[in-house]
Design a protein around this ligand. Structure first.
Ligand SMILES: [Zn+2]
Length: 343
């Protein structure tokens, strides 16, 4: 469908949504979930454009850059409400992002729903980062998700549905987004950045099918620092004797990182473990992670330990991001656990 022309890959998602659109009963509550940076938000906007654009040519509808479509793109269209965690500027000029979507933000959505649409026939609500709703917000939203007032459509977007209440999930039609194909990432990189072919290949691998990954690795000054923390972790895992001082430095460093950097760090750690697994299974010695990134060899992890380790990594990340647990303890435990499972 033309309306999805800006969205890369995700063919299954496009088919499902096209089918839903062609029925007369487009769902009132949708949940798009999957990794960050794979097109969930762009797809949500494409739907809003499709339903609001007045182009009479179905092929052009939502894809004609008319004033409605442009305002939706710019997020200034009155019948589109986007809810996110709020950002405030601190006195120092630094931007501070709230951790949660608060109940009063959800109450505001419910209030707007009661009004008629300003311009079109429908009102759309995108909850971007739905995992950031706290339990109170989620509970306040339940009834609305189940029976929204007519002509209101809600699209929840999440990269972490484990954090969401099952009662919220069960009230939505859920649609899963996958990581982008490596060729797609390569193409995007070549188009947007002037990098050597070696660097393009390295980044397309490490971005792991996510635009977020690409942007982070190419544009963010912190990327090198995050990679050096990862280096230190891997070195600590592979060292013959545990270096307590290095371990302490790592946990200190992780403690000081902002949340979004933790995401990137843990994504890279998971990519490393996956590559290490492939190397062990295929005895490939030239696994791509090592080819593109690491110069030193790491020891093999016991094959039957990967499941435990990966679930520990995911759990550790979850606790680091969502709780006030002692960071040092968590990180040290994780590294020691991986070390214990080395052959
Ligand atoms: Zn339009």
């Amino acid at each position: 469908m033309r309306m999805f022309s800006e969205i890369k890959d995700q063919n299954k998602v496009k088919t499902i949504l096209s089918n839903l659109i062609s029925t007369d009963h487009f769902p009132h509550a949708l949940l798009f979930y999957g990794p960050k940076g794979v097109g969930k938000f762009l797809t949500a906007k494409a739907i809003v454009k499709y339903f609001n654009c007045r182009n009479s040519d179905p092929k052009q509808k939502g894809n004609d850059h008319c004033s409605i479509c442009s305002r939706i793109d710019e997020e200034i269209y009155p019948d589109l409400t986007i809810v996110r965690t709020e950002k405030t500027i601190k006195k120092s000029g630094e931007e501070k992002e709230a951790k949660e979507i608060r109940k009063d933000q959800i109450k505001e959505v419910m209030k707007i729903m009661k009004y008629k649409p300003f311009e079109g026939e429908y009102k759309f609500f995108i909850i971007d980062g739905a995992e950031n709703m706290n339990n109170i917000s989620e509970n306040a939203f339940l009834k609305t998700l189940e029976e929204p007032l007519p002509n209101n459509h809600i699209i929840l977007i999440s990269h972490n549905i484990n954090k969401m209440l099952p009662t919220v999930l069960s009230r939505c039609i859920t649609i899963k987004f996958n990581r982008l194909k490596e060729n797609t990432v390569l193409e995007l990189l070549r188009k947007k950045y002037e990098l050597s072919s070696e660097e393009t290949e390295r980044i397309s691998f490490m971005a792991n099918g996510s635009l977020n990954g690409i942007e982070f690795l190419t544009e963010n000054k912190m990327a090198d620092e995050i990679i050096s923390v990862l280096d230190a972790i891997i070195e600590c895992i592979a060292a013959k004797n545990i270096d307590m001082e290095a371990l302490f430095m790592i946990s200190q460093k992780i403690h000081s990182l902002q949340l979004n950097y933790l995401d990137h760090l843990f994504d890279l750690l998971l990519l490393y473990l996956h590559s290490s697994y492939l190397t062990t299974v295929h005895d490939a010695g030239n696994s791509r992670f090592f080819k593109y990134y690491l110069n030193f060899k790491t020891k093999n992890i016991k094959l039957n330990s990967y499941n435990i380790i990966i679930s520990e990594v995911i759990k550790t990340k979850f606790y680091l991001v969502n709780t006030n647990v002692d960071v040092k303890l968590l990180v040290e435990n994780l590294i020691l656990l991986i070390r214990k499972n080395i052959l």
